[in-house]
Write a protein that binds this ligand. Structure first.
Ligand SMILES: [Zn+2]
Length: 470
């Protein structure tokens, strides 16, 4: 396929000449977790080899980034692409394309929405094989931690799992059972030996089940009913249990999609007590509140649910205080008909947001970009790569690292339209939202994947990433 975008091919010199660069990214404002600098990148064979105010080496191609921010490729540690088995909900080809259109260069796929779920080495290898054919970005794979597969964790590690994911409440997928405290403790012990982190969906199963039954018994099924069935207390109870078990076992714990400032506070307290834990939140908890559940219906149904405006703002305060380590999309797709109901308990849960979540965060911080873009570069890229031991290659724009980056342009606000979406189904909570930011280009290992509103289907395809050595 033809290369698009403002890349000019050099003439005369053969590309393989050792002193010649493959690509120079000219004139952009480079975003690092420490601040924004005017600098150019020189790239050879997919790696950054020069980073300087002006790169003067001969180059085969140039990318004009003048007036734009050069942002590290987003490492999204939390997506559900549902392949194999439910590719009609999403799939790796469309999921990774939408990720790239939103500035993402690496995804970690969750183990549960594929069929079979990734509960052993064979399941992981099968998903890896498909992703190596289908993905336009690099990727890593989570293995599952369930009551039935404790003896398979070592095999999952050997096959290259990035970590183990467990549910502390019903996962919604019959073939992916949730853990009780006893199983989680045992799983954590084994994960310590295998030197891999455990990620948990932290909501207390008994509390959620009891409240849900009581609310359904009243005949309530609307947005308010859904929100009332999973109050913050449900999340906090599970977070406390997970933190206690991590303290007891020494496990590296990652608590996904924390929805409340109270949850972050519990985790921060544990961090101060030297528990090895990190907190993830998602764009939707920072961008939307519970009123959006009433407005958008099932498209804004997720668990834990969206919170009130005070908590949404509180989460921003925690983010700016440095108490949230990572942001992941928790992209969770579904067939359109599964969202087409006013009964929020019957609708499939999950926010489909892999393409626009990060862009909308970038849009939100336009006026404070000098301070907040570096913060976003930390939580969307560097911290994720560091936590999951991909930081020898990924997460920052630095010499020796993979040339994974996107270009951000602030401009006239636009309303996000459904036809912008590259996901399989063109629906989601962000359609209709206003954005002042645009991701104009995304490069994976020096190759354009997304340029000026078009997917650029250049080889090589996505590469499977294993965690580095401890
Ligand atoms: Zn999830």
């Amino acid at each position: 396929m033809k290369r698009t975008g403002p890349i000019q091919r050099g003439h005369g010199k053969p590309v393989h000449e050792p002193e010649q660069l493959d690509l120079v990214v000219r004139g952009g404002k480079l975003v690092t977790p420490d601040g924004i600098v005017e600098a150019e990148l020189g790239i050879v064979r997919g790696r950054i080899v020069r980073l300087a105010p002006k790169v003067t080496d001969a180059t085969a191609a140039e990318l004009d980034a003048a007036g734009r921010y050069v942002f590290p490729g987003i490492v999204d540690a939390h997506v559900h692409f549902n392949e194999p088995g439910r590719a009609d909900w999403e799939g790796i080809a469309t999921g990774s394309a939408a990720l790239a259109a939103g500035g993402g260069t690496v995804f970690f796929d969750m183990p549960l929405n594929s069929e079979p779920p990734v509960l052993d080495a064979a399941g992981l290898r099968e998903k890896r094989r498909i992703a190596e054919e289908q993905s336009c970005t690099d990727f890593a794979l989570w293995g599952g931690l369930t009551p039935g597969n404790l003896d398979k964790l070592a095999g999952l590690r050997d096959a290259g799992a990035i970590g183990f994911k467990a549910f502390m409440c019903n996962s919604g997928i019959a073939s992916f059972e949730n853990v009780d405290a006893k199983t989680l403790r045992e799983g954590m012990k084994r994960a310590v030996k295998l030197k891999l982190p455990v990620a948990v969906h932290a909501e207390d199963d008994a509390m959620a089940a009891k409240l849900t039954a009581a609310i359904k018994a009243q005949g309530r099924t609307d947005a308010r009913a859904w929100l009332d069935s999973r109050p913050v207390a449900v999340e906090l109870e599970a977070i406390r249990v997970a933190l206690d078990l991590a303290g007891e076992t020494g496990c590296m714990l990652h608590i996904v999609h924390v929805s409340s400032p109270e949850g972050i506070a519990l985790i921060e307290e544990a961090r101060l007590n030297r528990i090895d834990v990190t907190a993830e939140t998602c764009p939707h908890y920072l961008l939307l509140n519970e009123k959006d559940v009433a407005k958008l219906g099932a498209h804004a149904k997720c668990a834990p649910p969206l919170r009130d405006e005070k908590r949404r703002k509180g989460l921003w305060a925690e983010l700016r205080a440095g108490n949230i380590q990572t942001i992941g999309s928790d992209h969770s797709p579904a067939l359109p008909e599964m969202k087409d109901t006013a009964n929020l308990f019957a609708a499939w849960g999950g926010i489909s947001g892999v393409q626009h979540g990060a862009e909308l965060l970038v849009s939100e911080v336009e006026k404070t970009a000098a301070k907040d873009l570096p913060l976003l570069a930390a939580v969307l890229a560097r911290n994720v790569a560091r936590r999951f031991r991909l930081d020898h290659r990924k997460g920052v724009l630095a010499t020796g690292h993979d040339a994974d980056f996107c270009l951000i342009d602030y401009g006239k606000p636009r309303t996000i339209a459904a036809d912008e979406l590259w996901t399989r189904h063109r629906h989601g909570a962000y359609v209709g939202q206003r954005s002042r930011a645009r991701i104009t280009h995304t490069f994976v290992r020096g190759h354009a994947v997304w340029a000026d509103g078009r997917l650029v289907n250049l080889p090589p395809p996505g590469e499977f990433l294993r965690p580095g050595e401890i």
